[in-house]
Design a binder for this molecule. Structure first.
Ligand code: ADP
Length: 448
């Protein structure tokens, strides 16, 4: 500032001196005036330069240019320019920093597994992430500033928006919802700022499916238990209130025993399934000889065959090359016996049941249970391993089936990295095979 005053004083002094030298007092006054005019002109010149410089920098609309350019100025004007430039530089740094933070924040919202939509006071979309775009079928760029109710046409959602009661979520069908493949979204709105809204959407299809499966399962179990329970309680009432003769009494008691055995088998199968779901996967250090699995199953099959029909079945067991399977012996035994028992139960008496073990050329091992029974129509094959799915309900019940046998087999196979294959044709018998991966199969050491 001092140099400015000095320049002012210098111009006035120079003008005054020259005026005085030129012509006494009046000359002094004119000289002073001229000096001041020169000072004013020079000041005007520099202020215009500063203004031009500022204008040219702003016209670029990039604060970076402003921060880097050198103004063609001197003295106080240069200082003003430098200070303006520094201010702009700071502003620019702050701007870049908040821009980077905003970008990071938006990236984090993009990475969210849930849909995120920011709505303004009117319910127009200000921003949405890719997940939300997929959930609702938006175009994340084109649909900005569109009213969300114009894009999401679900009556449930429109009512939710109209009521403006956002204390709970609303469940609506998702973008790719079809009757065959239902897609369910849970949508929840949260208010923020000055009546702005944050919309969160979550794909709850798997949860809904699991819930539906749980409901079906409970309903099925209740139904399966209720039937024998009704029979047993009916007999108990009869025994309590009617004076029965010994043969009738014995017959009733034996029917009751049958029904309680049915409940027992059901509970056993349910426990087996829940154990399979809850226990750790079988390792590769416990080896079960195929021969011992076969021996145990053969015993069971012969006993059952004799019980179900006087003539029995033709049972063939071929354990093939002496091999072992890595996995839990108890689970493997339960899977094989379920297949063999099914073959016995569904094959009419006198039929052939052939159980064999084969070591395949690629090192895998296959156990198959083939029967000459009624066979299964193609439309049932994909659903056979569903819990409680039965083709022939009455045959299953008559022979003590629970509808869980093949579900157990499939579970055991999966836990051992194996595959359950079912081949069957109506009237042509059935063949159930479990193919074990090579890593779980080995030849047993031959005894010396
Ligand atoms: P279940 O206890 O009813 O036998 P499973 O899960 O073991 O239940 O079998 C499901 C259904 O598959 C059975 O109800 C039966 O209809 C059919 N099934 C299973 N094994 C055979 C077979 N060897 N021959 C014909 N049908 C079979």
């Amino acid at each position: 500032m001092i140099d400015r005053w000095m320049f002012f004083a210098g111009s006035a002094a120079l003008g005054g001196t020259l005026g005085w030298l030129a012509g006494s007092r009046e000359g002094l006054a004119w000289g002073l005036l001229l000096g001041l005019l020169c000072w004013q002109l020079l000041d005007g010149f520099y202020s215009k330069r500063l203004l031009d410089w500022l204008r040219s920098e702003q016209s670029n609309e990039t604060p970076v240019m402003m921060a880097g350019a050198q103004p063609p100025l001197v003295g106080v004007w240069e200082e003003i320019a430098v200070r303006v430039r520094r201010l702009m530089k700071n502003r620019h740094e702050q701007y870049s920093e908040s821009q980077a933070r905003l970008d990071e924040f938006l990236l984090a919202l993009q990475a969210s597994p849930n849909g995120v939509v920011l709505l303004d006071e009117e319910g127009r979309i200000e921003w949405c992430n890719q997940t939300a775009a997929q959930h609702f079928g938006f175009d994340a760029r084109r649909d900005l500033q569109q009213h969300i109710v114009n894009l999401v046409r679900e009556p449930g959602f429109n009512a939710y928006m109209a009521n403006a009661n956002f204390s709970h979520d609303v469940v609506i069908p998702g973008n790719f919802n079809t009757p065959a493949r239902p897609v369910k979204l849970s949508v929840h709105i949260h208010r923020y700022g000055k009546d702005k809204k944050l919309l969160l959407s979550r794909d709850i299809t798997p949860l809904e499916q699991a819930e539906a499966m749980r409901r079906d399962f409970v309903a099925n179990v209740s139904h399966e238990i209720r039937t024998p329970l009704t029979v047993v309680s009916g007999f108990i009432e009869t025994l309590q209130h009617l004076p029965l003769k010994k043969p009738d009494r014995d017959r009733y008691l034996s029917l009751m025993a049958q029904q309680s055995q049915r409940m027992q088998t059901l509970v056993d199968d349910l426990l087996t399934l829940s154990r399979l779901e809850g226990s750790p996967l079988p390792g590769a250090h416990e080896w079960t000889p195929v021969a011992s699995l076969f021996a145990h199953c053969e015993q069971e099959a012969r006993a059952l065959s004799g019980m179900l029909s006087p003539q029995g079945h033709r049972l063939e067991f071929d354990a093939g090359t002496d091999c072992g399977i890595a996995g839990f012996g108890r689970e493997l035994g339960s899977a094989l016996s379920n297949l063999v028992i099914n073959a016995v139960r569904y094959t009419p008496e006198g039929g052939l049941i052939h159980v064999c073990w084969k070591l395949l050329s690629d090192g895998r091992g296959m156990v198959s249970v083939k029967d000459s029974g009624p066979g299964i129509a193609a439309e049932h094959l994909p659903r056979l391993t569903e819990r409680f799915y039965r083709v022939d309900r009455s045959r299953s019940r008559e022979t003590g089936g629970t509808g869980l046998g093949l579900a157990i087999v499939k579970h055991v196979a999966q836990r051992h990295g194996a595959e359950l294959k079912i081949e069957s044709q109506l009237g042509q018998g059935s063949c159930f095979s479990i193919v074990f991966p090579a890593a779980r199969v080995r030849r047993q050491a031959q005894p010396a």
